[in-house]
Design a protein around this ligand. Structure first.
Ligand SMILES: [Zn+2]
Length: 321
């Protein structure tokens, strides 16, 4: 069976709260490009979702709120939103044991409140890891102000799931050309990998399990170039950038691209690729089953396909496999 480490669920009450508090941490310039009526999920959609999971051979979805994290300038607003989304996921997990789990959403940019919510999510709500977007109010979440979170995740040996926030890496070269979602998200994924490398985060917090979405964006194509050219501007790295990049895990959300999958497989190895779907984003283009099945059609060794689809997520999340 497959554990889907990258799935989304947007409770109606949470969407309404975010709209009320203006809680999306997007720069004004990018909002118009990503604004869409938030999909409202509610329990009436669960039977359909469970059927899709059964058809795809998915035992469990690990949920997060994607590019709609509970961030807000006022701490009380962010805390209320974080508690609502985390409680909603915990209720789903309890109502459908073994079918749903979640990673904790944090009320950023408020660090102390985020540490408290991390503890509540991991210790009381039984969540399987922590969710961070690649940036928060246009600051990379690899920056120094977020380090108390990394210290705590490192102490716990926690899993950390990143997700783009859809700010087009704050670039008019992307946003002015309306590629904020189609390409900008992959650039956010690549940027967080680069920021983690540059700030030596994995060397300093080695007990965290880092999961990067969407095959790591352009990173699998850049490893050799990074090794060749990054040391000139980063002379004090503890190891070659490609070695650090291979310390991370990458989910297989690839929009059906065998070329992208094969590149990531070659770059990172089968042990570093994890089953994930981005549910429900790709359902506009293909079935939920196909989100995973494309891995079986890519010509990879069968043993690697099995590891990628049926074992790696379970190993990272500490589930039976
Ligand atoms: Zn996603």
């Amino acid at each position: 069976m497959i554990v889907d480490i990258h799935a989304h669920y947007f409770p109606k009450a949470y969407n309404a709260l975010l709209m009320r508090i203006g809680g999306k941490s997007l720069p004004e310039s990018a909002r118009a490009l990503t604004a869409r009526p938030p999909r409202d999920d509610d329990p009436s959609g669960i039977p359909t979702r469970l059927q899709q999971m059964d058809d795809a051979g998915v035992s469990m979805q690990v949920l997060s709120p994607a590019a709609s994290p509970p961030y807000a300038e006022k701490e009380a607003d962010a805390v209320a939103a974080a508690r609502l989304i985390n409680d909603s996921y915990a209720e789903l997990a309890q109502a459908y044991p073994g079918r749903f789990a979640a990673v904790v959403s944090l009320p950023l940019p408020h660090i102390d409140a985020s540490l408290r919510e991390m503890e509540r999510g991991l210790d009381q709500l039984g969540m399987l890891g922590v969710s961070l977007t690649c940036s928060c109010f246009d600051r990379s979440t690899a920056e120094a102000e977020f380090e108390p979170l990394y210290e705590e995740m490192n102490r716990r040996g926690a899993l950390l799931n990143y997700h783009p926030i859809q700010n087009g890496i704050c670039s008019p070269m992307i946003n002015d050309y309306k590629f904020t979602v189609a390409v900008g998200a992959s650039l956010e994924d690549a940027a967080i990998v680069l920021h983690l490398i540059a700030r030596k985060v994995p060397a300093r917090f080695p007990r965290i399990t880092y999961v990067i979405p969407h095959l790591g964006g352009i990173i699998p194509m850049q490893l050799e170039r990074l090794d060749n050219q990054a040391p000139r501007t980063h002379p004090d790295l503890p190891e070659r950038p490609s070695v650090t990049a291979r310390r991370f895990h990458y989910d297989i959300v690839g929009h059906g691209s065998h070329a992208a999958l094969l590149c990531a497989w070659k770059a990172f190895g089968a042990d570093h690729l994890v089953a994930g779907s981005d549910y429900p984003v790709l359902l506009a283009f293909e079935t939920y089953r196909q989100n995973f099945h494309y891995v079986r059609e890519a010509g990879l060794p069968p043993a690697d396909v099995e590891r990628i689809l049926e074992h790696n997520a379970q190993i990272l999340l500490g589930l039976p496999h």
